[in-house]
Design a protein around this ligand. Structure first.
Ligand code: AMP
Ligand code: MG
Length: 480
């Protein structure tokens, strides 16, 4: 007999006032089948006892609950494209929290597990294809060493679900430090009593940033620390060429992890204006705009906590403004530091800023591939494109070579900051198409190559090439 004690789930979110969640069971599915199960992540989460298909299928389809689970949907609101609205987990159900091997606590959440009171007109379900997409991109982000929610399992529900076309239904099990968002603060401020909201904020501090508990002004400190985490995250996105695609306040986590993979994609050709999302018509969430949106979102977060900063409203505004005013300075410093590492500089001097700026200007005007340009510099080999064969670039490269001659460990620094592989849009689409039809080879190959993305010790004859014209017509959609 299997012992349910093995799950050892906690449900600390239930200690919050009940306006913050709805107790809700997953809706059973008719004919579940495992498509992916992440054994390595399962081990990390002390879930090794899930060693047979029936157990995995039953638990991760929501058809069977861990005995110590009290499943809930979390309430949140958010600004979507700048407009405030009530949201909440409309199709995600939190099974509970689990300690990993290092005693770190993670949410275990089923996405696509059925309707909740926050579903509005939605069906509470997700397509298998969008859940597999989240699996491959979130696991790739993890392998790229970017903070992210992770994916434990994908189940085909055996149900047909209706979008623009008929699709197989899917359930993704995702793992995150928590699913608390900027939008959860907006919900607390707008829809709960001030007392309940305060107990929520205290919970967040306890759960994510206990080191600030004894600070003189823990709420202001929470804003500072969240800002720093989100800045680090955006800088990391820029490092690997990631566009989140829908940085609404409800999709930005307080822990600073990438969450809510929807219309995200990676840039190939370097252009800060790049947008793939079909609904982002004005480029609000374009590649090079992401730090500005993070700042916008943090302003919203700051607004929610004002009553706890000072009884004097003007003083509270001044105090949070002083924190927010640091954003551009911290971002710019961290962005520069990251870019210096990409070109092997660890002890920057003032003029290095121009080295970066000139390289990016050249990359943009010669329409160079972002990942390949840095990987080729790291590999110290020429990668033939219009940038590398240009006179302009060769002048730049000579200056750069001269500059890094005296730097120690340049190549090691570049190797750990410049990925060789990214989940290229055309590869992801092709892998998904095949996986849906039962052929997982490309999907596995893509994940395997991602696991070697910083391995400069193996021989690289070829860098990844995007088929000509692919990106021009490539469109991504909100997780459906
Ligand atoms: P997202 O675009 O995935 O961040 O979701 C935005 C909001 O819509 C969240 O409140 C989701 O829970 C909700 N939502 C998205 N898809 C569905 C669906 N199929 N059924 C119910 N709610 C959904
Ligand atoms: Mg979302």
């Amino acid at each position: 007999m299997e012992s349910n004690k093995k799950w050892n789930l906690k449900n600390t979110y239930l200690n919050l006032p009940d306006c913050f969640y709805q107790k809700i069971q997953p809706t059973p599915v008719p004919n579940p089948k495992i498509i992916y199960f992440n054994n390595i992540l399962a081990k990390k989460l002390n879930l090794e006892f899930l060693n047979n298909d029936t157990l995995i299928t039953n638990y991760f389809s929501g058809n069977k609950l861990p005995e110590d689970s009290i499943p809930i949907a979390q309430a949140y609101a958010g600004h979507q494209f700048g407009h405030f609205t009530m949201l909440g987990d409309g199709r995600a159900i939190l099974l509970g929290e689990k300690k990993d091997l290092n005693n770190k606590i993670y949410d275990i959440q089923l996405k696509g597990a059925g309707k909740t009171s926050y579903s509005r007109s939605g069906d509470g379900r997700a397509t298998l294809s969008s859940m597999l997409r989240e699996y491959i991109i979130s696991e790739s982000m993890h392998l790229l060493r970017v903070p992210t929610s992770r994916s434990l399992a994908v189940i085909d529900t055996g149900e047909k679900i209706y979008r623009e076309s008929v699709n197989n239904g899917g359930i993704l099990t995702r793992i995150a430090s928590s699913h608390i968002r900027v939008g959860t603060f907006e919900y607390g401020r707008h829809f709960c009593s001030i007392k309940d909201f305060q107990s929520f904020i205290n919970y967040v501090i306890n759960r994510h940033y206990p080191q600030i508990l004894n600070n003189k002004s823990p709420y202001l400190e929470l804003l500072k620390i969240t800002m720093e985490k989100q800045i680090d995250l955006i800088v990391d996105w820029i490092r690997v060429g990631f566009i989140h695609g829908v940085m609404n306040t409800d999709n930005m986590s307080i822990s600073g992890e990438t969450i809510d993979y929807g219309p995200c994609a990676f840039i190939n050709t370097y252009d800060p204006k790049t947008v793939f999302s079909s609904i982002d018509r004005h480029g609000r969430y374009a590649f090079g705009n992401q730090h500005k949106i993070a700042y916008w979102n943090l302003n919203i977060l700051a607004g929610t906590i004002l009553p706890f900063i000072s009884k004097d409203k003007d003083r509270a505004v001044q105090l949070v403004q002083d924190v927010l005013d640091q954003f551009p300075i911290i971002y710019s410093n961290k962005w520069c530091e990251m870019m210096y590492k990409k070109i092997g500089i660890t002890k920057p001097i003032e003029e290095d800023k121009f080295l970066i700026k000139n390289l990016l200007t050249l990359m943009e005007s010669y329409k160079a591939d972002y990942t390949n340009t840095f990987a080729a510099l790291t590999l110290d080999k020429s990668y033939i494109d219009s940038l590398s064969t240009s006179n302009d670039f060769n002048i730049w490269k000579k200056q750069w070579e001269k500059r890094i001659k005296n730097e120690k460990n340049s190549y090691q620094i570049m190797q750990s900051n410049n990925p060789i592989y990214i989940p290229r849009n055309h590869l992801v689409e092709s892998a998904l198409k095949n996986a849906i039809n039962g052929d997982k080879e490309e999907f596995d190959n893509l994940l395997n190559s991602m696991s070697q993305t910083y391995n400069y010790d193996i021989k690289h004859d070829e860098l990844q090439i995007t088929p000509e014209g692919f990106d021009e017509s490539y469109k991504t959609f909100c997780g459906t």
